[in-house]
Ligand binder design. Structure first.
Ligand code: TAP
Length: 516
């Protein structure tokens, strides 16, 4: 009851001149925010038939608002709207260049509203505002611009085939959109995960039904409003918040959805791939979990090593799919490395993500915080040395101390499981045996990212060649870019986001052969 009246008090009139919705109106970060809380289907904000979701601010555990959620019927309506938009709507009639112009306009609107989007992301996900502005929102805008530029450059080929003499033959290929695509994304970079997938999907000419993670759905809905303002035709973008088990599952199993793009855990990814096969053999791409190794050799610059190791683990409070899940430090520099990392970790400014001086915010939601506490407990039980942190902070909000474990043995829980939180897991190695440390770094079922810090170019290149991971960082970490393909190997999934390669995930090739 209390929750409901708080939500009602916050609701105001429609915020947009262009599109009507029940707005949540609030003040935060010295600005007035106004954003939707309903499903976005066929160009309109509508209530859902599912159980509403309560959106919680992880900084102080207060309720931000209640978000409508989509039932199986709501998903069906969204998919049918997307199908109609794909087959008969304005989207199917405009040229690729006009499509690009619309996506550029959307990116411009996101830029105009970037402070609002970043504030909302910060409130809803606990991301530090300055990071949300630069990465969560900033990279999202870049992604839209990058793929907007691709729209009129997607082209097939002419292929020399053998002639049916005495006639002649010509074969050409067309790169065509697949149709209605479903997207399901996680909560760590809510708007950025949406953008990485949806920008490529729409640039290719598809239409989309997208489910954001239920714990952090607000920026996806604000984005929906901006897409309508940009003039993206109704039905092209449909956003349906809800739970994975109902809403997500309804998208994955829908017979009219022909492609499913997923980012999330390996466990759910495996289930989704099975459902994609069983429902209608829909094409699928999966960006899943990781346990990325970072190997630091004795010749690495110590100050840079400390800085990169910390950001490889603590960036976005560890809620980072490419976070370095294991750090191997050369035995001769291990003690100095640990001393310096602990000293620097003590200085991390933890607190309200909206304060400009903060560098580390709360974990995304309560269940995740509890999982991290359990993770630490299991690590201690298996005998690893807890060097620093490991506790919940004694204050409201889902705050967890940045944590450092050392003396972690291969093959155990800490060495193999992903925490998805700010937990540094350090083991040592001897650089006399390069192949051995590479083998240890590869001893994981995951293969998302990896890193190596050394001045020795041969060692770095050998590592880059032998490591079984979709991304290798040499003397840097977390350096992703909209133009560089991103995706995992092994149980980290398959298919690429970003770069030209991402377009292939949302295109099909048609071969046309002519005789003359
Ligand atoms: P998941 O639990 O897998 O959730 C991801 C999304 O799938 C959420 O929207 C979730 O809905 C939905 N979902 C859950 N069950 C489903 C089902 N049966 N059918 C359809 N959809 C379903 O992961 P998470 O806890 O949100 O995210 C953490 C994981 O994501 C980590 O393992 C991390 O490594 C991975 N991740 C990977 C990457 C890349 S790029 N590889 C990027 C970010 C995160 P709810 O709203 O109900 O949760």
């Amino acid at each position: 009851e209390l929750v409901n009246s708080a939500i009602l008090a916050k609701r105001g009139a429609s915020a947009s001149q262009n599109i009507a919705y029940e707005a949540v109106v609030l003040q935060a970060n010295n600005m007035d925010l106004s954003f939707p809380r309903q499903l976005f289907v066929n160009g309109k904000f509508v209530n859902g038939r599912g159980k509403p979701i309560v959106s919680v601010n992880p900084h102080d555990e207060s309720v931000i608002c209640s978000v409508e959620s989509a039932s199986i019927e709501d998903v069906d309506e969204a998919v049918k709207a997307a199908k109609k938009a794909f087959e008969e709507g304005e989207w199917s009639k405009i040229s690729a260049r006009e499509r690009g112009a619309l996506l550029f306009k959307l990116a411009d609107l996101m830029e105009q509203h970037k402070e609002e989007l970043a504030t909302l992301e910060s409130l809803d996900s606990g991301a530090v505002y300055t990071l949300a502005l630069k990465t969560h929102v900033g990279m999202s805008i870049e992604t839209w611009r990058y793929f907007a530029g691709w729209c009129d450059k997607i082209q097939g080929a002419t292929v020399p085939i053998s002639h049916a003499r005495p006639n002649r033959n010509l074969t050409m290929t067309r790169k065509e959109p697949i149709g209605v695509c479903g997207l399901v994304t996680p909560w760590n970079y809510p708007l950025m995960m949406l953008s990485w997938k949806m920008a490529a999907c729409l640039a290719a000419g598809n239409t989309v039904v997208m489910k954001p993670a239920q714990t952090s759905a607000l920026t996806a809905l604000k984005f929906a409003e901006l897409s309508a303002k940009a003039g993206i035709p109704p039905g092209v973008i449909n956003i349906v918040p809800g739970s994975g088990s109902i809403t997500g599952n309804a998208i994955v199993n829908h017979h009219l959805v022909r492609k499913l793009g997923f980012t999330g855990s390996t466990e759910i990814g495996q289930m989704i791939m099975r459902s994609c096969a069983d429902s209608n053999l829909k094409k699928v791409s999966l960006e899943l979990g990781g346990k990325s190794p970072l190997v630091i050799f004795e010749d690495a610059d110590m100050q840079q090593a400390v800085r990169l190791a910390m950001s490889s683990v603590f960036f976005n409070k560890g809620e980072n799919c490419i976070a370095a899940g294991r750090i191997f430090v050369e035995e001769r520099i291990l003690d100095e490395f640990l001393d310096r990392v602990v000293a620097e970790t003590k200085k991390i400014a933890i607190g309200d993500p909206l304060n400009r001086g903060t560098s580390h915010g709360p974990q995304n939601h309560k269940a995740h915080l509890d999982k991290l506490l359990e993770f630490v407990e299991k690590g201690v039980k298996e005998g690893a040395r807890l060097v620093y942190g490991g506790r919940r902070l004694d204050r409201p909000g889902f705050y967890f101390e940045p944590t450092i474990f050392a003396d972690v043995r291969d093959g155990g829980f800490l060495a193999t499981e992903e925490s998805f939180g700010p937990i540094m897991i350090v083991s040592s190695f001897s650089s006399n045996d390069l192949d051995k440390v590479i083998a240890r770094a590869n001893a994981t079922e995951y293969g998302l990212a990896s890193g190596v810090l050394t001045k020795d170019i041969s060692r770095a290149l050998r590592f880059a060649e032998k490591i079984d991971a979709g991304t290798v960082f040499v003397n840097t970490y977390n350096k992703t870019d909209v133009a560089a393909p991103f995706g995992g190997f092994k149980r980290s999934g398959f298919g690429k986001d970003l770069g030209q390669e991402a377009l292939n995930e949302y295109l099909k090739t048609k071969t046309i052969t002519i005789e003359y």
